[in-house]
Design a protein around this ligand. Structure first.
Ligand SMILES: [Zn+2]
Length: 385
């Protein structure tokens, strides 16, 4: 007796039945005979493992529930957040992050990487809260927790040590911010050394301002190659790419290619600066993912934790309208995003973990256009109500 039998699922264009037993996909075939506790007719709807959202800040989400959004410059918003961070507690972070995690699960997200601030103001409270939530929801969503030096590394005499503590506690990777406190090259060196020391990947908020004077991609690329960390670093934003001449952009693409830099684009950044040219990045063939980034805080009062929204936003901003372009955007929030996050077992296959999402849509276009929600969520073999 099977646990779940999904009939007529559209997996990458092929119509198949999927059989699940004890949390594992035990068969995929044109037609599977047998009894199951739950039989679900997918009716040719799009079926994926789940969405991949490559970057967010769960420790700082929903701050607008405590203090309303207000307009201001980037540094002013950073200062407001910093003041609130001083009063964060593990419980407060847990309550806010958990609300967004539940929303993301319902929206069909299966993999989510969150950066979590680590510094003298908040200590390791964010890491503690998010590691507990990662464990609590491990069967519903796979969280990756990055210990993140949002404010810089060398400014408070504490962050250097705390980042290392966070990795010892079990943070999955380390995160840097190339323009924080003007630390630039020194900051990049420190974060990469830490990644190397603990054999983890590194995330960088890279060239986020979009200004030429903050263009650190060439240095980061050089250092990744020097330290033999190709394919182990993810750059978030790369807004400065949008300010380069065509010749300079070709050079930049070369920097990305030699370092095998993964790239994550957060389209909501458009509210304050231009975003990286995604079609040009996709031509490299290197993985490019999409991200919700900030959610209902001073930087973005409208983030929802549903990565389909930013897929739609990108589609409009850079005209991903042709069929193959819509397919590309869909892949950025599924297969390609999984590559950005180094998820090795992403996909629906026999012997694989039974994480399956049937969407209320017959095509990828419908998913993006209608923002289709899941009709069926199976996580670790269990039908999610
Ligand atoms: Zn971010």
């Amino acid at each position: 007796m099977l646990d779940v039998l999904i009939r007529k699922a559209n997996v990458n264009g092929a119509l198949v039945d999927i059989a699940i037993k004890d949390g594992v996909v035990v068969d995929i075939d044109n037609q599977i005979y047998g009894d199951a506790t739950v039989v679900f007719d997918a009716k040719k709807r799009v079926t994926i493992p789940g969405f991949v959202d490559c970057h967010t800040h769960l420790d700082k989400c929903l701050l607008n529930e405590q203090q309303p959004y207000q307009e201001g410059t980037g540094p002013q918003k950073g200062a407001l957040t910093y003041e609130m961070k001083k009063n964060f507690t593990v419980d407060d972070i847990t309550v806010r992050a958990e609300k967004m995690i539940k929303r993301a699960i319902k929206a069909g997200t299966l993999h989510w990487r969150t950066n979590v601030d680590v510094d003298g103001s908040v200590g390791l409270k964010g890491v503690e809260a998010l590691l507990k939530l990662k464990k609590k929801y491990e069967n519903e969503i796979h969280l990756q927790v990055a210990a993140f030096a949002q404010e810089g590394v060398f400014w408070d005499g504490q962050t250097e040590v705390l980042l290392e503590e966070a990795l010892k506690m079990g943070a999955d990777l380390v995160g840097g911010h190339t323009i924080a406190k003007g630390e630039g090259e020194k900051h990049i060196d420190f974060i990469l050394d830490l990644a190397q020391k603990y054999s983890v990947e590194a995330d960088f908020h890279l060239d986020e301002s979009g200004n030429r004077e903050h263009y650190l991609l060439p240095y980061l690329s050089k250092k990744i190659v020097e330290k033999n960390l190709q394919g182990k670093v993810n750059g978030i934003h790369l807004c400065t790419l949008s300010a380069l001449s065509p010749e300079e952009l070709d050079e930049a693409i070369n920097y990305i290619e030699v370092a095998q830099l993964r790239v994550t684009v957060a389209p909501t950044a458009i509210s304050t600066r231009n975003i990286a040219p995604v079609k040009r990045l996709l031509k490299t063939g290197l993985p490019v993912g999409l991200a919700s980034d900030n959610m209902r805080d001073f930087f973005n009062p409208l983030g929802s934790g549903d990565v389909k929204q930013v897929a739609l936003l990108l589609s409009y901003l850079q005209r991903f309208f042709l069929q193959e372009e819509v397919d590309q955007v869909f892949k950025m929030i599924t297969n390609e995003g999984a590559k950005v996050l180094s998820i090795k077992d992403y996909g629906i296959k026999i012997g694989g973990k039974a994480d399956i999402t049937v969407l209320e849509a017959l095509t990828f276009n419908e998913v993006i256009a209608y923002q289709s929600q899941p009709a069926l969520l199976v996580r670790a073999g269990v039908v999610f109500e």
